[in-house]
Design a protein around this ligand. Sequence first.
Ligand SMILES: NC(=O)c1ccc[n+]([C@@H]2O[C@H](COP(=O)([O-])OP(=O)(O)OC[C@H]3O[C@@H](n4cnc5c(N)ncnc54)[C@H](OP(=O)(O)O)[C@@H]3O)[C@@H](O)[C@H]2O)c1
Length: 492
Amino acid sequence: MTQEQASVITIFGGSGDLARRKLYPALFQLYRHGILRDHFAVIGTARRPWSNEYYRDIIATSLEGEAGAVSDAVHAFASHFYYQSHDVTDADHYVTLRKLSSELDDRYQVGGNRLFYMAMAPRFFGIIASHIRSEHLLSANGYNRLVIEKPFGRDFASAKELNDSINAAFDEDQIYRIDHYLGKEMVQSLMAVRFANPMFKAVWNHDYIDNVQITLAEAVGVEERAGYYETAGALRDMVQNHIMQLIAYVAMPEPESLTPNAVHQAKRSILESLKPLTPEDAAENFVRGQYVGDTPDQPDYVQEEGVAADSKTETFVAGRIELTDSAWTGVPFYVRTGKHMTRKSTQITVNFKPTKQNIFAPVGCNELAANSLTIFVEPEEGYRLVINGKQLGQDFHIGQFPLNFRHDANAIANAPEAYEHLLQDALAGNQTNFTRWHELKATWQYVDKIRQAWDASDVMPTYKSGSMGPDAAAALLAKYGDHWSWDGSAND
Ligand SMILES: NC(=O)c1ccc[n+]([C@@H]2O[C@H](COP(=O)([O-])OP(=O)(O)OC[C@H]3O[C@@H](n4cnc5c(N)ncnc54)[C@H](OP(=O)(O)O)[C@@H]3O)[C@@H](O)[C@H]2O)c1
């Protein structure tokens, strides 16, 4: 159901990469679908001195290639955009911003609603939040919401400091912490698969599940993001947030309802049940790696521009994670992510246990294979369930048969992009697909232990660009008698 949302949206970092590549196209799609219509205005802020006209040209350029971006629609949409040169560290600048916000509120009859989007380097998040409050940008007669980009801290201590500074200005129910994976169709689909299918509900526990595997493989290297990546690495960039959220969705108990509180409560119970790591556990169960070129024209990570020659930043992580939640006793969650892997693909595979009772042994089927369910998150989106069946023929041979579904490319192209989902949710006041502090607290505390173990060691295995990571990642699972599940084909 399309319901128009009225708001003055202020984007801090309005000239930046995220705003241009993700936010403006997402806002345009919301406009196209009538969620933003007449009663909205967007204020873009950054230090550079742009005019409104120049800013609107930037908006139009950012929409090139977007569905529905015909000239009239783009022009009408861009007319709602206003640029305000603003240094976020200068309290005086917020006075101009406050005046512009209330002027636009009157002009577009927005009713006092304010959405503040922090699309800037995280070191500014705290100061922006506190100036918004101290310089009276908060509206008294509508809602006030703050959307915060990742990364939310670089360890537990910095995340807590950031959280405290934001909480001093905004209440938890006004804070929308982005993990854009939660805006992805197939991540949202995890709840549908788990809780709308009795056949899965019945077997979703340690009695029937042997292990769960999550792979977030990227084909690209560090590209132009070396400056940021050197301060983060794969563990902070991908594991603490996206992978942990995926674990929460796979493992959480069925929430009482789809309300934000019920879903967060369910996720929190799982993330707080991450089995605490000793330094020995962390060293034993987590593998890091750095890519090296496979051919002379491919640089090693340490040869990339902006990367220190002796960098110890990992571009790959694999790990074995356990939960203390009673539903998951003894079930490992194997996770891995890396840059310059074989191909871009995010896949979640649930490997079930083979049936204990095998009535087929007398006809020669001594070992029955286990079932598995794979959820393809991106770029292909779909499901594969592998079942056992009888092979055609006179003899009774049992084979494995994959039941496959993939959304077609057109449907994927027309479906809302993650940022469109998330912006729509933030405008509608729905916090379900955002992260809450207790989730971040639990995941940072867990990840900090891995970081500490790695910082105490010089071991940095390498892997060839285009591979699935260092040999140690395969050895990690082999140690437990397992192997990585992975569909290497673009389409099955
Ligand atoms: N880019 C992505 O794809 C992506 C993906 C996920 C998350 N993120 C997150 O999104 C945030 C923004 O990333 P980005 O890639 O868009 O960064 P970016 O391209 O470097 O943009 C930074 C923005 O901040 C503005 N700025 C810097 N200092 C300022 C100051 N003192 N006062 C006011 N404005 C200032 C810059 O404009 P001026 O120089 O004109 O001031 C620019 O608009 C970061 O937290 C990042 O981690 C980005």
